[in-house]
Design a protein around this ligand. Structure first.
Ligand code: NAD
Length: 289
């Protein structure tokens, strides 16, 4: 007999977090005399990127963050984007800077991300923040990994000493998530496309985080009974349906906790962006609330 997993309601948790962020923004604004400011740089016309930016704008508005969008044409020169990012770094009314990825192919993402003021780097992608996370678990933590950790924490299951397996080793999700779990004293395995016998590696996991981008990659046979399974993947099927990397219907009968797609990690990512913006604003202006 199998027990159905507890479905982790990322949508509800993110809404709770946004409500508490709204209160912090109100306190911040009355102390400082201005709302925290977030500037998003968007280059080109990738439809998904435009949707993501609109969502970030909506959530910023909801919590009271001042939002500005800087949209450059697809053929903008790398120097132009770098100059814009530097200028935003110098502006006192801008607390957070986010460069929406991917950038068009002729622009080096690395050059642009390294031009972001690390104190305003609310995506946590600047090497200084990545290095701080690696060295001592401080600095601005990337939004998706921060959201993943919060979802795991809210299950109430102790992370210390547990076997954690992260599938996917991107700089945006997999690597920083593995570091956060390590910082929480899990025994961490970072698996990827060259991992031999992925099902066996995954079955070790008390905590399984999947960030690959392949629908139905993780089936019931990959999952230890009772495990926490966090599905980061966002895949659009030919019919238009949005699914994760985990075969939800079968894994829910094996896992102890499982995030849905949509409504799991996605809303947490945006909430953590708002949180990073407020934290960056407070740190820069030396206030606490
Ligand atoms: P990426 O393409 O940069 O990295 C994918 C990783 O998966 C790579 O490290 C690769 O080694 C690994 N991989 C590929 N095929 C594999 C296989 N067959 N078995 C094991 N590992 C394999 O992707 P990313 O930016 O980390 O994003 C991963 C997924 O998460 C995507 O679907 C993306 O849309 C989604 N995502 C969601 C959010 C969110 O907020 N929910 C945020 C970022 C990314």
């Amino acid at each position: 007999m199998s027990m159905a997993a507890t479905i982790i309601d990322g949508k509800a948790i993110a809404a709770e977090i946004r409500a508490s962020l709204k209160e912090r923004v109100q306190k911040f604004s009355s102390t400082v005399g201005a709302a925290p400011g977030l500037a998003v740089v968007l280059v080109g016309d990738d439809p998904a990127s435009h949707i993501y930016v609109r969502t970030k704008e909506r959530v910023s508005g909801e919590v009271g963050i001042r939002f500005e969008k800087h949209h450059l044409p697809h053929d903008a020169a790398e120097e132009e984007v770098v100059r814009l990012v530097r200028r935003l770094g110098e502006r006192d009314d801008v607390d957070g800077i986010l460069v929406q990825l991917p950038l068009p192919g002729h622009i080096s993402e690395r050059a642009v991300l390294e031009a972001v003021d690390p104190a305003k780097d609310v995506d946590g992608f600047h090497p200084q923040n990545a290095g701080r996370l690696l060295a001592h678990g401080s600095g601005i933590v990337p939004c998706t990994p921060a959201g993943i950790l919060e979802l795991i924490r809210r299950t109430g299951v102790r992370i210390e000493g547990k076997e954690a397996v992260v599938v996917g080793r991107s700089n945006i999700v997999g690597k920083p998530t593995a570091l956060l779990l390590l910082q929480q004293h899990a025994t961490v395995t970072l698996a990827h496309s060259r991992t031999v016998d992925l099902p066996k590696v995954c079955r070790r996991a008390d905590i399984l985080v999947v960030a690959v981008g392949r629908p139905q990659l993780i089936t019931a046979g990959y999952v230890k009974p009772g495990a926490i399974v966090i599905d980061v993947g966002i895949n659009r099927l030919p019919g238009g349906e949005l699914v994760g990397d985990v075969a939800f219907d079968e894994v829910k009968d094996v896992a102890g906790y499982l995030t849905p797609v949509p409504g799991g990690v996605g809303p947490m990512t945006i909430a953590m962006l708002a949180q990073n913006t407020i934290d960056a604003a407070m740190a820069r202006r030396g206030v606490s609330c």
